[in-house]
Design a protein around this ligand. Structure first.
Ligand SMILES: [Zn+2]
Length: 315
């Protein structure tokens, strides 16, 4: 997931992506999991699938995550007790645990948008919940590469700090003093992918503390929970969790430009209570208000909405 690095350039960035799409239609573009597509060297699959098609996003034959619920694991990397910024704190930890906790995002009308995605066997359930968390005290220092992120996940599993779960999404959440060297804050705000870890197909996601770069990765610095880091991360984590459930191996659901479902609605919000920049929110779950982007509904022709069957505010 990425945002125009400078908020004022967001519209230009969108236009750039849209024009790129028109020149790429003849080729097969696949998602990177970081919010943009790359041309594939393999031919696109023929389209024999018995799943819903024609809603602006296409099925490419891979599995979805049909777990009911999908399990979430947090790896708090760095210093989340008294890190360099106020949001590197146990308050942030508690807020994000409540987002994926009882009465949280899982099972909400918002998350049910994801039930419009399936494979030839099952649909996504729309239920998702955190199972457990662990910490990582800078095992790779303050500079993490993409492979370093996978190593952090691998270490948490092989050491038994987290279970090995092919129905899981492992979030590596870094405190604000940590760089992700492939482009956190400049190319993306979070990403998801998969790797073979301990012989299993493990899905994981990187999301950094966006208080490191508010102009790039936060919609507002005055936020509904008074914790711009947590509120910014909540938006990115919702995005990455939706994509992981609907496109866990980067070979199931994406459009002709390689955009996955949440990419198609990145940084687009339905109506809010309060003005953007002034603590605006548009969702309430887990006993908190949140400003969380829309997701692409794979029905009714397709569009971005805030809840299953709701108004399409962007098509
Ligand atoms: Zn994305």
């Amino acid at each position: 997931m990425r945002k125009g690095v400078w908020t004022l350039l967001l519209v230009l960035a969108c236009l750039t992506l849209a024009s790129a799409q028109t020149t790429r239609d003849a080729k097969h573009v696949v998602p990177t999991g970081k919010g943009w597509g790359v041309e594939s060297t393999t031919a696109p699959p023929v389209d024999p699938y018995s799943v819903t098609q024609g809603n602006g996003i296409n099925y490419h034959g891979g599995p979805v995550m049909a777990g009911n619920p999908v399990n979430v694991y947090f790896i708090w990397y760095g210093n989340w007790t008294n890190g360099p910024r106020p949001s590197d704190s146990q308050v942030t930890v508690g807020l994000l645990e409540s987002l994926f906790g009882s009465g949280g995002i899982g099972g909400s009308g918002y998350e049910k948008i994801n039930t419009t995605y399936g494979d030839n066997t099952n649909n996504v359930s729309g239920n998702i919940a955190r199972v457990s968390s662990t910490t990582d005290n800078y095992s790779h220092g303050t500079r993490l590469s993409d492979s370093g992120v996978q190593a952090v996940v691998s270490s948490a599993i092989s050491s038994g700090r987290l279970p090995k779960d092919t129905n899981g999404v492992y979030f590596v959440l870094t405190s604000s003093d940590v760089r992700e060297t492939s482009g956190f804050c400049t190319q993306y705000c979070g990403w998801h992918t998969r790797g073979t870890i301990s012989g299993a197909d493990i899905k994981y996601s990187f999301v950094g503390n966006p208080d490191r770069c508010p102009s790039a990765c936060e919609m507002q610095t005055v936020s509904p929970n008074g914790d711009s880091g947590a509120d910014g991360m909540a938006n990115v984590m919702a995005h990455e969790s939706e994509e992981t459930a609907s496109d866990p191996d980067l070979n199931a659901w994406y459009d002709s430009s390689g955009a996955e479902n949440a990419d198609k609605c990145a940084w687009k919000f339905g109506p809010t209570t309060g003005g953007i920049g002034n603590g605006a929110y548009n969702e309430t779950f887990g006993n908190h208000n949140w400003l969380i982007q829309m997701n692409w509904e794979n029905a009714r022709g397709g569009g971005c909405d805030q809840r299953l069957g709701g108004t399409f505010y962007t098509r």
